[in-house]
Design a protein around this ligand. Structure first.
Ligand SMILES: [Zn+2]
Length: 84
C-alpha cells in the first residue's frame, strides 16, 4: 500500500541516523529497501536491518541550503544589457 507521507528510500543512498551505531558511526548506506530497510554502517561496514517505521524516524533528510543567504542578494545586476 502507498504511504504518501513517508519519504522514499533508494538503494545506494547515504543517510545520517539520529542514533549512532555501536561503533560511533552515523553515516549509513542503504542496501535494501522493502518492508525492512537494510543499511550498512559506513564506519565499520556492519549490515543492519531496520523496520521501515523505525528507519523513517531515525533517518534525517539532508539539510537544504539555507534560504537566508539567497534573500541577502538585494541589488542584482541585470543579466543582459540592451542592444548597443
Ligand atoms: Zn558501525
Amino acid at each position: 500500500m502507498n504511504a504518501p507521507t513517508r519519504p522514499k528510500w533508494r538503494v545506494g543512498q547515504t543517510v545520517a541516523l539520529r542514533k549512532a551505531h555501536a561503533c560511533g558511526g552515523r553515516q549509513w548506506r542503504i542496501v535494501r529497501v522493502g518492508a525492512d530497510i537494510g543499511v550498512v554502517c559506513e564506519t565499520c561496514g556492519r549490515r543492519v536491518l531496520l523496520p521501515r517505521d523505525e528507519f523513517d524516524r531515525a533517518a534525517r533528510t539532508p539539510p537544504l541550503s539555507s534560504p537566508r543567504q539567497q534573500e541577502e542578494a538585494g541589488g542584482r545586476l541585470p543579466l543582459q544589457k540592451g542592444s548597443p
